[in-house]
Design a protein around this ligand. Structure first.
Ligand SMILES: [Zn+2]
Length: 251
């Protein structure tokens, strides 16, 4: 009897593979096992992100092009130290179909890296993404307006805001531009208002694990939270979250 219950639960989960739009698998001791456990638990698509030269190279190694896909790039913190890697990004992306975007990139007002280096690295990487027609994954901390200005000026259309830091008004603006808003596994009243203010076609869920979430499986809780806020079924949310990730990254 017990076994039957477990089996039917798994069948439900398998029908609705959820996607973790942003995590850092290379920071786990055993990334492959983490990904396997995630797939077994219902999270069958994982986008693992780099942010430095070393983490980007690791992300490429871990990606399998089936369940795990990589985005590579230099984040604001590493914008000066690893700036030379930016010139290699295009070649990496052209040689590996499992690399599906550039990220995480952006502006961070809480790191000590000089703004001039941050902006230069950010703009350079956006231009590479435009040239290759692939999406960018944005890291913005204390810098949403600055980040948005640079994005708008660049004309890039394929954009996902990782760990969205804005309020509901920002969310409406960002969704109106056709960009995706990624919700991390941290519930707050601000985030609730963000979720209320846009349609589920503008949302994705992420764990940023192991930095924030414990594992990619934490997206399930967030998808349930969204379903509750929206008053719709979990299956509908789950299907839409996965569809949004697949449409953006063309996987
Ligand atoms: Zn991250």
């Amino acid at each position: 009897m017990m076994q039957q219950v477990v089996k039917s639960k798994r069948a439900i989960v398998e029908g609705n593979m959820l996607a973790d739009a942003h995590c850092h698998l290379e920071l786990f001791q055993d990334p492959k096992t983490v990904a396997k456990d995630a797939a077994f638990g219902g999270v069958g698509v994982i986008i693992t992100a780099g942010g430095s030269k070393a983490s980007s190279v690791e992300a490429i190694k871990i990606a399998d092009g089936k369940n795990i896909f990589a985005v590579i790039g230099i984040d604001p913190e590493n914008a000066e130290k690893d700036s030379d890697f930016i010139d290699d990004i295009a070649a990496f992306i052209k040689s590996e179909t499992k690399i599906v975007g550039i990220g995480e990139i952006g502006i961070d007002n809480k790191v000590i890296t000089k703004k001039q280096f941050q902006i230069e690295a950010f703009e350079k990487q956006i231009n590479i993404a435009i040239e290759l027609d692939i999406p960018v994954v944005i890291h913005s901390r204390g810098a949403l307006n600055e980040t948005l200005d640079i994005i708008k000026r660049s004309g890039i259309k394929k954009v996902m805001f990782h760990f969205f830091e804005g309020d509901s008004e920002d969310a409406v603006k960002v969704a109106g531009l056709g960009f995706l808003i990624s919700i991390p596994p941290v519930e707050s009243s601000r985030r609730k208002r963000v979720i209320q203010s846009v349609g589920i076609e503008s949302l994705v869920v992420e764990t940023d694990s192991p930095v924030v979430g414990k594992s990619p499986l934490d997206v399930i809780k967030t998808a349930q939270w969204i379903a509750g806020i929206k008053g719709i079924g979990y299956d509908e949310v789950s299907a839409q979250m996965t569809k949004n990730v697949k449409n953006l990254f063309l996987i």
